[in-house]
Ligand binder design. Structure first.
Ligand code: GDP
Length: 359
């Protein structure tokens, strides 16, 4: 098995988690490679109290393997001013087109990270197109403003390039009205006004976290309906070109079933409706031409979320939230897990076949 087994820290077990969708924000972080997504995520986690070792938290697959925890797994939640922010990492590479759609289909907002020196590049366009198509209104984060070459003028130029990109991609009026923040992920701060050296009391990520809470709508989700969740979690922690692409592709297809020797498969997805509790009887459903086919009856044994860099247990989760479930062995990507009252599976997003050449 290639995907790391999540280590569940019993000490980190939470009490009943909030099931108030108005307190949730689901945000994708999208960027061209090297524009600073990893550094940014690391800073956000730190600011929200994650106990992170010195290595960059979202970065190191070898670190992840060593520690047996899913550091690079794609959904991480942080608590900010009593809101729970589920931050979903997005692969920037076009080869993962289906994966990007899956991610942007799970969230209501996005942070678009653009290197203030380089401006928007190919992958910026690629992932932004998908985000706009799914109706998201991204927050623009111009990163690396600490660089000597970056000035207010160059930032204005980059902003208008990004604006043109939005427009060319068919953004709506609302989407074109994106907020802009200036950041040095490296130095650990973001600001709503241009600066290269914010005052000490605002030299942090608070303004970005506030912007996410303000600008990203909470999920429009019904917790009173019966529980159903669409399993849509693939794996894309590493985009290193040195990794064999055939292997990557296989990983992507199978790795939502992150193997954990004690818990069996761990299935991750966004809860479409209802509330799920540990012990609930659920079944796995698969779409067929003739309707939904039941593929397994089972019970929710554990519910987990990644908080900071730890998998933590929770006893319930509600509509709009992104959660990992252990207890079922048959369902996989695109399948639905639901309480017994539901007899139709949710529509699925099919993964595009790989477009990379196998050399
Ligand atoms: P990713 O590929 O988008 O995840 O980008 P990384 O977070 O790995 O950053 C790519 C490179 O840019 C690394 O060398 C970072 O140290 C550097 N970097 C990231 N953020 C900043 C920043 O705010 N300022 C500067 N000067 N460098 C940065």
């Amino acid at each position: 098995a290639f995907a790391a087994a999540p280590a569940v820290d019993p000490a980190a077990t939470t009490s009943a988690s909030s099931i108030d969708p108005s307190r949730l924000r689901n945000v994708a972080v999208i960027a061209h490679v090297d524009h600073g997504k990893t550094t940014l995520m690391d800073r956000l986690l730190r600011q929200c109290g994650a106990d992170i070792p010195h290595e960059r938290a979202m970065d190191s697959i070898s670190l992840e393997r060593e520690r047996g925890i899913t550091i690079a797994s794609k959904v991480t939640s942080v608590t900010w001013k009593e809101n729970e922010l589920n931050m979903v990492d997005t692969p920037g590479h076009a080869d993962f087109g289906g994966e990007v759609e899956r991610v942007v289909g799970m969230v209501e907002g996005a942070i678009l990270v653009v290197d203030a020196g380089e401006g928007p590049l190919a992958q910026t366009k690629f992932v932004l197109a998908k985000a706009l198509k799914y109706g998201l209104r991204p927050v623009l984060l111009l990163n690396k403003v600490d660089r000597p070459s970056v000035t207010e003028e160059t930032c204005n130029e980059v902003e208008s390039l990004v604006f043109d990109l939005f427009a060319n991609l068919g953004a709506t009026e609302e989407q074109l009205d994106f907020p802009v923040l200036y950041a040095s992920a490296k130095e650990g701060w973001a600001s709503t006004t241009f600066t290269k050296d914010p005052p000490a009391e605002t030299k942090n990520m608070s303004q970005l976290l506030d912007a996410v809470v303000t600008h990203v709508p909470p999920p429009n989700a019904n917790t009173d309906a019966p529980f159903q969740i669409c399993l849509q979690y693939g794996y894309a922690g590493f985009m290193s070109m040195s990794v064999d692409h055939r292997l990557l592709w296989t990983l992507q297809r199978v790795s939502m079933m992150e193997p954990d020797f004690y818990l069996g498969r761990i299935l991750t997805g966004r809860i479409s409706s209802g509330v799920v509790r540990v012990g609930d009887r659920v079944h796995g459903l698969r779409n067929k031409d003739s309707g939904a086919e039941k593929i397994e009856d089972g019970k929710v044994l554990k519910l987990m979320k990644k908080k900071g860099i730890n998998m933590v247990l929770t006893d319930c989760a509600g509509a709009g939230d992104i959660i990992s479930i252990a207890g079922l062995s048959s369902p996989s990507i695109g399948h639905t897990v639901a309480t017994v009252e539901i007899m139709s599976a949710l529509p699925t997003v099919e993964l595009d076949p790989p477009t990379i050449s196998m050399t």
